[in-house]
Design a protein around this ligand. Structure first.
Ligand code: PLP
Length: 463
């Protein structure tokens, strides 16, 4: 069915949606009064809903995904050509796009070597956990099996991914959880747990060492971190943090897993977020921007050293990685990812991301000067956040319903779709999120800033 904005009456689509679709992260009672928004068409940074209304999407498909923008015919063509030739075979066999994409990918990741394909960010992280666990069994008699994760980070929606989730409102009511996951403190200096310390970054990293010592280094096999925390509040790591984290991991022989599901593929101006900080990870996971949402693909990328641990003993039939992901064998993902990568390179979108990110950070800084409701502005590249507060002095967070009202105002009055941290941390769902596609221009940024400016002005007047 080919539905175009303005050409068709699509009320039957809206009815079908209302009757049968269970929307993600949504309390459906509101649909008694309003219709769900159906996004019908997209081009560049713009999307159109069922009423034909044009929106500027400042969050790349709501969840930091459509890095190269909407309507990319060359990606669709590449996927189509691949699918008619060879759509699927289980991942025990190879495929042309999977092989070629893995080569192109590791070229962007010095020090990394092997790519394991699956189809969602949660799954990519589950693979990483299984790798750590199997190494623990094969090398340390099963003892070094614990995996540390950080407060406020998110690594996915499955029960085990949630077991490593540092956001209580995503976890509550879905337990009991997988054992062996241990939380370490967050690293958001704006909400320092140790008061006004000089070297907050080192202090926050040292807190990881304290947990390793408490648990026993011989029990801790892995540490998973987002390079810049996304849904937990757009938290850029403080100075000195990553250097110390790396030292700690090396000292205690803890595998460092970096979750690049959001930051990967150029979102922060480098190919991967960790590359800003000179970190050398053992495992890197990625999903969303890998194919910009044109096909489902995720990757768990390891060093050769990690990979070799699974092939060193061919006589032991249990020693290799006994894992499979059916749709990791679908060729649409790597075919789309190859073309996505070409676009990022040929259109120099990383450079644009850095330039536009700096411009937008500056403009958000101007908003902070003007609006007392903005307590902190942070981020890197086109991955930015503004934390809203009820009181700048006490840093009391703005209640979630008022933050929602600001985002709702941008949508209603200016047709600008912005994001916010939601259902993540009790009392701390107060950060507006901005992550337009990497093709965005100064005038797109200005349009977003002007919508937020108006929304904050109206919110201040109303409260
Ligand atoms: C940092 C991070 N990791 C993992 C995931 C899970 O990815 P998926 O929803 O594709 O399973 C997300 C999703 O938002 C994420 O933000």
């Amino acid at each position: 069915m080919n539905i175009h904005v303005g050409e068709n009456d699509i009320s039957h689509v809206v009815s079908a949606d209302k009757a049968h679709v269970w929307h993600h992260l949504t309390q459906h009672a509101k649909f008694d009064a309003v219709d769900p928004l159906i996004i019908v068409e997209g081009k560049g940074l713009r999307v159109w809903n069922q009423a034909g209304r044009e929106h500027l999407d400042a969050v790349s498909g709501g969840v930091w995904t459509v890095n190269v923008g909407y309507g990319r015919a060359t990606i669709a063509d590449a996927v189509r050509d691949q699918l008619v030739k060879m759509n699927f075979f289980g991942g025990t066999m190879g495929s042309v796009p999977a092989a070629l994409f893995s080569q192109r990918l590791v070229e962007k990741m010095p020090g990394m070597s092997r790519v394991y394909y699956s189809s969602s960010g949660s799954e990519a992280n589950e693979k990483a956990y299984k790798i750590v666990r199997q190494i623990a069994h094969n090398t340390y008699g099963g003892k070094k099996h614990k995996i540390l994760y950080r407060e406020r980070d998110y690594h996915g929606t499955t029960i085990t991914a949630l077991s490593s989730g540092g956001q209580n409102e995503r976890r509550d009511q879905y337990g009991p959880y997988t054992p062996g996951f241990v939380e370490v403190p967050h690293c958001l200096e704006y909400r320092s747990q140790w008061g006004d310390v000089d070297d907050y970054g080192v202090r926050a990293a040292n807190a990881i060492e304290e947990i390793i010592l408490r648990e026993g280094p011989d029990t801790v096999g892995g540490l998973i971190l987002e390079p810049i925390t996304a849904g937990g509040g757009v938290i850029t790591p403080p100075r000195g943090y990553w250097e110390r984290v790396q030292e700690i991991c090396r000292k205690y022989d803890v595998l460092l897993i970096i979750d690049e599901v959001v930051c990967g593929m150029g979102r922060t101006g480098t190919w991967f977020g960790y590359q800003h900080y000179g970190v050398e990870p053992d495992i890197v996971t990625m999903a969303k921007g890998v194919a910009s949402g044109y096909a489902a693909i995720s990757c768990t990328v390891t060093t050769e050293k990690v990979f070799q641990m699974f092939r060193s003993d061919p006589d032991d039939h249990m020693s290799y990685f006994r894992d499979i992901s059916t749709f990791g064998g679908c060729t649409a993902g790597p075919a789309a990812a190859l073309e996505n990568l070409r676009i990022l390179e040929d259109e120099r979108l990383l450079e644009n991301c850095t330039a536009m990110g700096e411009y937008m950070l500056g403009r958000l800084g101007e908003l902070k000067e003007k609006h007392a409701m903005i307590g902190d502005v942070r981020g890197k590249g086109l991955f930015l956040g503004a934390e809203l507060v009820a009181d700048r002095e006490t840093k009391e967070p703005l209640p979630e319903n008022l933050v929602q009202a600001v985002a709702g105002d941008c949508l209603a009055n200016n047709a600008v779709v912005i994001g916010m941290t939601n259902r993540s941390l009790s009392g701390l769902n107060n950060t507006l999120c901005f992550s337009p596609a990497l093709i965005c221009t100064k005038s797109d940024v200005d349009e977003i800033i002007s919508a937020v400016d108006g929304a904050l002005t109206r919110a201040a007047a109303a409260n």
